[in-house]
Design a protein around this ligand. Structure first.
Ligand code: PLZ
Length: 453
């Protein structure tokens, strides 16, 4: 079977030919990166942070190259975006062809083929074989905002339930849906009204099976909100920013069933989990659920900004003409990129590659866990795997250890991201184009950082 990695050992990816290697020629940050970071501090708002102190100049396969000539192993994919690989040749070709043809007409002014083709593709590949429709937007947060609008219009109800540890964006409505105050919400209120929060299934910490966890959530929803007032519940099938929390089996199906029985729209936020990331095209497929609406973004267009709401045609069609849209939503260049990316997802062995990466990452992390009790939990699916770090004596989250391991790994040329309500989770989100060799080398560096911490 040809998986993406086979072809990428020394591949020209789009522009530059990037050797697939970790290479440190300066300390990180090197002088050129330091220069850019100094300019960033002067010119860019302090609220916009960064994880790796580098000036990126090229990326592809499994590496990001900086201005000082360092080549870093990429275990983050720009937060789960470059799933098929950075500057994937099919995306580059599609973008170059489209940008020379036309850059924008506004789909609401003069429609074009690629938008309709992306909608058709999404309607086809998202879970369920019922009649579906899609609408395109620019960012994940914008897709979530629109999913809520659509659900409210369809049901004629207003309340929305989101979950503990949930992350849905940084705009006003999506801040309200997001659980964690620091850094996402603190000082940025007041937040949108009619948003309620229910308990999630978090097997490592609540010890509940899926049925019991769902019962708890549904009881809270019935008592504190009431199905008569509830337009939608929104949940990430596997939580991303919240800590890669995989709900216990049965939790999501029970919620879907309750929504169906109560005229409540079930929205799966698959912005981080979508498009082969978990070893299925969508994480909903892992749990056997068929959402009413699904929000997508990130991996959809190989790095170009695009997002979508896809779902039951009757729900999607409840909004009046002119009620949904935006100047740039479904930009033709982003749509061309998405058609190329979806082609890669469907035809270039991406699901298989994500499962291979799961085996490597879980194997390495479980090895660590067997000898180091600070690794409390290893979880996830596909190329979306995490380790939760704890104080072995108490089981309490250890955010300081987590930050130290991440920082040391980056200094050694391996980009890893942290997450979790308690900041004690390191998540691994490599591009599916990474080689096994780089994946192992990256994990060697993380293991050494943990041993030294
Ligand atoms: N829903 C499930 O993961 C984006 C954001 C990180 P946008 N996650 C990364 C940060 O610090 O801003 C995300 C997500 C889920 C919605 C979003 C929002 O997507 O494209 O960032 O708006």
């Amino acid at each position: 079977m040809s998986s993406a990695a086979d072809t990428l050992t020394e591949t020209p990816l789009g522009g530059p030919t990037l050797p697939q290697e970790r290479r440190l020629v300066t300390s990180i940050p090197g002088p050129r990166s330091q220069e850019l970071l100094a300019r960033k501090a002067d010119a860019v708002a302090a609220g916009v942070g960064h994880t790796a102190p580098v000036q990126a100049v090229a990326a592809g396969g499994g590496v990001i190259v900086d201005a000082d000539g360092n080549s870093l192993i990429d275990l983050g994919s720009g937060i789960a975006v470059t799933t098929i690989g950075n500057a994937h040749p099919k995306v580059v070709a599609a973008v170059q062809a489209q940008v020379a043809q036309f850059t924008h007409t506004c789909f609401m002014i003069a429609p074009y083929d690629s938008y309709v083709s992306v909608a058709e593709a999404l309607n086809r590949i998202t879970p369920g074989d019922h009649a579906k429709k899609s609408a395109l937007f620019n960012s994940g947060a914008e897709a979530v905002e629109n999913a809520v609008k659509i659900a409210r219009k369809y049901t004629g109800k207003q309340a929305v339930v989101a979950f503990d540890h949930g992350y849905h964006g940084r705009t006003n409505l999506t801040m309200a849906l997001t659980a964690k105050s620091m850094p996402y919400k603190s000082g940025f209120g007041p937040f949108a009204s009619e948003i309620y929060r229910a308990p999630l299934s978090y097997p490592y910490r609540d010890g509940l099976d899926g049925g019991l966890a769902a019962k708890k959530a549904i009881s809270m929803i019935e008592k504190q909100v009431g199905a008569d007032n509830l337009a939608a519940i929104i949940v990430e099938p596997i939580q991303g920013e919240g800590g890669f929390i995989v709900p216990a089996d049965g939790f999501l199906p029970a919620l879907v069933e309750w929504c169906r029985a109560n005229d409540v729209v079930f929205i799966a936020d698959e912005i981080q989990t979508g498009f082969a990331r978990t070893g299925e095209m969508f994480a909903s497929d892992l749990f056997g659920i068929v959402p009413d609406l699904i929000t997508t973004a990130k991996g959809i267009a190989g790095g170009l900004p695009l997002a979508a709401v896809t779902g039951r045609a009757d729900i999607m069609d409840a909004s009046h003409a002119g009620g949904l849209g935006g100047t740039y939503g479904g930009n033709p260049i982003a749509c061309a990129a998405a058609l190329a990316a979806i082609d890669v997802f469907e035809n270039d062995g991406m699901l298989e590659r994500a499962r291979e990466i799961e085996a490597v990452l879980k194997g390495r992390l479980q090895q660590l866990q067997a000898t180091d009790p600070r690794v409390g939990d290893v979880r996830g699916h596909g190329a979306m795997i995490a380790a939760e770090f704890v104080d072995p004596a108490t089981g309490e989250p250890d955010a300081a250890l987590t930050a130290a391991v991440a920082k040391a790994s980056i200094a050694q040329g391996v980009i890893v991201l942290t997450c979790g309500t308690y900041g004690n989770v390191i998540r691994f989100l490599p591009p599916l184009s990474i080689t096994d060799d780089l994946l192992h080398e990256g994990m060697d560096v993380v293991a050494a950082a943990l041993a030294a911490a």
